[in-house]
Design a protein around this ligand. Sequence first.
Ligand SMILES: C[S@@+](CC[C@H](N)C(=O)[O-])C[C@H]1O[C@@H](n2cnc3c(N)ncnc32)[C@H](O)[C@@H]1O
Length: 343
Amino acid sequence: MERKEGSLDDMLSVLRKFTRAGDAPAKAEASTNIVAERTPPASTSVPVSKADAGNIDLARQLLQAINTYTGFRSTPSLERKLALVLRNVSASDVANLIKGAKDGRNYQDLTAIVEDLTNHETFFFRDTMQLDPLTDEFFPKLIRQRAKDDKRLRIWSAACATGEEAYTLTILALNALCAAGYASFHQSDGFRLQDGWKLEVLGTDISRQAIRVARAGCYQASSFGAFRQMPGGWQRYFVAMDSGPGRYGNEAKYMSVLPSISQHVRFDTFNLISSNPPLTECDVVLCRNVLIYIDHDRHKTIHEMISRSMRTGGVLVPSLVDQVDAPRLTPRWINRCAFYEKK
Ligand SMILES: C[S@@+](CC[C@H](N)C(=O)[O-])C[C@H]1O[C@@H](n2cnc3c(N)ncnc32)[C@H](O)[C@@H]1O
């Protein structure tokens, strides 16, 4: 590949050279903070020109700015993505971007870069071993409690990516309300909630592009592959769009979430490292498959913020690998998954 003088690609390849020259390259993917940890050892044999040294410093500052803004931990894979995103950006533009972010004047360019660094992998009914206990235990219990007071269920899908998780939770909650006799499902117009009941679901993500897709609520039919753990009869939650001849006969190209489901859901951008939650009094919060990208030091603060978003009796469902340590959140193990109830 042709290398452009002064481009970020130069900076990062130099930085990677130092990573390789360091003592423990095998640990690189698991290690957390390049900015702090990958200072070249004094004894390194890699020759450093003055220009290289300036580039390394700029690359470090950029990674630091991204870390401050998003909490993202630096890994070689993040660096590779970053190098790709910025391969034609000049060093002076990078310097301006860092300056803007530092002054708090211009986060826009940084936000645009962050869009390309995030991974939006998600799907409907993801990880049923975590969802089944919601259906079998938590939703029925919460509905029994709420039936005695404000008849309202509030759910937050934090880091919802393109929205599938938020719609899944809405479907599970509506089905639980049907089972309790407070809602019904009709083939002609979908779910109908009994008078007096309210279901409010919020999906948030740092990515504006992901939130745009989530708001549209329309997904490629091919993404509902047979290998996904979709429940029987899942098609009734969608309107098939743009049908035409396909490999297996007449097939829809897109599936749009039923209005009687989407009317309960709203989406907004929200950065998990913000100090205040976007919603309070939540009964159920899902925060899955996101902390893996964020510095470990920040997890406790994020879980504390989530705890503040919850009502007493509410439940947090984290990723299977997350360790939650926040006041008033007590773990309960079901299906070998931890559910954190707010006491
Ligand atoms: C792999 S997806 C997980 C989606 C969904 N929770 C799931 O488990 O299927 C991770 C999402 O986290 C979002 N994300 C990353 N850092 C974030 C942050 N600091 N604040 C909010 N969202 C963030 C990304 O934009 C991405 O859409």
